[in-house]
Design a binder for this molecule. Structure first.
Ligand code: GTP
Length: 412
């Protein structure tokens, strides 16, 4: 800018028009160029019952083909399928990772249904935290696997949320940005859909479940907040409507056009996700959800920003204190173990002694019985021998003296 000078006449100033940008006004351009060179990445988690339309919606949103085979309803536990796609749209590369539940809602045990999802979200935060805590960290080329948005697919029952929906949402709402979606919304009439939406929002509020808050500074995002949960329909099928080919679902009574805003909220979802809020979702993931995980995790590890009297504590002091505490705990545990071991040895000794005494008593008892038996037998033998002698004596006494044999001859 040329300084104003009262003596300078306007007509004396020679104005030059710049041919290109220069100065710090180029800063945004530099950032854009750098980001394009680096490429973008985005991670989506799809949580919903088997066959609810997760893959079809992702395919419709990104024009991909993520489906290989239908999932079964008979898995013993919930699993997560991770797939990464390298997409390109007008020279802008996007590394899209889609994680989707497999077998969700097919188990009787509800805890077993949501726990794998919670564990997965935490595991991705942990990986990032470990990278952050490394001495030689390389966060610039780190493959961030933290989930930026979770599409929660609600069954189009027309009633309300199921208990599994509430449980899962309650357990993941502090870990991820949730966008609730009514799946297969073509199965609900307009009035049913409106009522269903209000019921769901009422339930979410009454259970204190936090869903992703679209930024209010953006007009279209702010408007959509009142239309949540978005009612979506997915289809990769091309259907002829008039002279145009559109993506839709063909029914005996007509065609549902996926990209027609009066038929469903698909376009709203696509605009909100891809055109307006992708960066904000990533930002919220890092500044809100990851920050919360990191804080809890470090606190559990014993780190604290302030020590006694609200004084800042140096890392060295904290490390020393933690080490001493750990050593004391080890010593305590060692003592306890020793004590327990001695106790167990004493107890065992006592039981062995008791068993030995019992055996000895038994042996003595048997020995006594045996001796008594021997004595009894001896006594019986003696009696028998006396009886034999008596018998012979009596026989000898009763035997008559020997006389010649006399034969009676029968006379006829
Ligand atoms: P799994 O991975 O097997 O759990 O299934 P998924 O949730 O990925 O569902 P998928 O996209 O494979 O769709 C299952 C069936 O529902 C297919 O026959 C789809 O054509 C159909 N489908 C998908 N989206 C919609 C929809 O919006 N409306 C209707 N009516 N059917 C849909």
């Amino acid at each position: 800018e040329i300084p104003s000078n009262e003596d300078t006449h306007k007509e004396d100033i020679r104005c030059l028009t710049t041919l290109s940008h220069f100065g710090f006004e180029c800063f945004p351009t530099q950032m854009v160029n750098k980001s394009i060179r680096k490429g973008f990445s985005f991670n989506i988690l799809c949580v919903g019952e088997t066959g609810i339309g997760k893959s079809t919606l992702i395919n419709t949103l990104f024009n991909t083909n993520m489906k290989e085979s239908k999932s079964s309803h008979f898995y013993s536990k919930v699993g997560l399928k991770v797939r990464t796609f390298e997409l390109l749209e007008t020279n802008i590369p996007l590394k899209l990772t889609v994680v989707k539940t497999v077998g969700y809602g097919d188990q009787i045990n509800k805890e077993a249904s949501y726990q794998p999802v919670v564990d997965y979200l935490d595991a991705q935060f942990e990986l990032y935290l470990q990278e952050e805590l490394k001495i030689k960290r390389s966060l610039s080329d780190y493959q961030d696997s933290r989930i930026h948005v979770c599409f929660y697919f609600i069954s189009p029952t027309g009633h309300s949320l199921k208990s599994l929906d509430l449980l899962t949402l309650k357990n993941i709402d502090r870990r991820v940005n949730i966008i609730p979606l009514i799946a297969k919304a073509d199965s609900l009439s307009k009035s049913d859909l409106q009522r269903f939406k209000s019921n769901i929002m009422r339930e979410l509020t009454s259970h204190g479940i936090q869903i992703y808050q679209f930024p209010i500074d953006d007009e279209s995002s702010a408007q959509v907040s009142g239309q949540l949960p978005l009612a979506v329909v997915g289809s990769m099928e091309e259907v002829k409507v008039g002279k145009r080919m559109v993506r839709g679902r063909h029914y005996p009574w007509g065609v549902l056009q996926v990209e027609n805003e009066s038929h469903c909220d698909f376009v709203k979802l696509r605009d909100l996700l891809l055109s307006t809020n992708m960066e904000d979702l990533k930002d919220q993931t890092h500044t809100q959800h990851y920050e919360c995980y990191r804080r809890n995790r470090l606190q559990k590890l014993g780190f604290n920003d302030t020590g006694r009297n609200n004084q800042p504590v140096s890392f060295q002091e904290m490390y020393e204190a933690k080490r001493k505490e750990f050593q004391a705990q080890c010593q305590r545990e060692e003592e306890e173990l020793k004590h327990m071991f001695m106790q167990r040895v004493k107890e065992k000794e006592l039981t062995f002694k008791d068993a030995e005494k019992e055996l000895q008593d038994k042996f003595e008892h048997l020995k006594r019985i045996q001796q008594e038996e021997i004595l009894k037998l001896e006594e019986e033998r003696r009696k028998l021998e006396e009886q034999i002698i008596d018998f012979y004596r009596m026989r000898a006494a009763s035997d008559p003296p020997q006389t010649p044999a006399c034969t009676n001859v029968k006379k006829d």
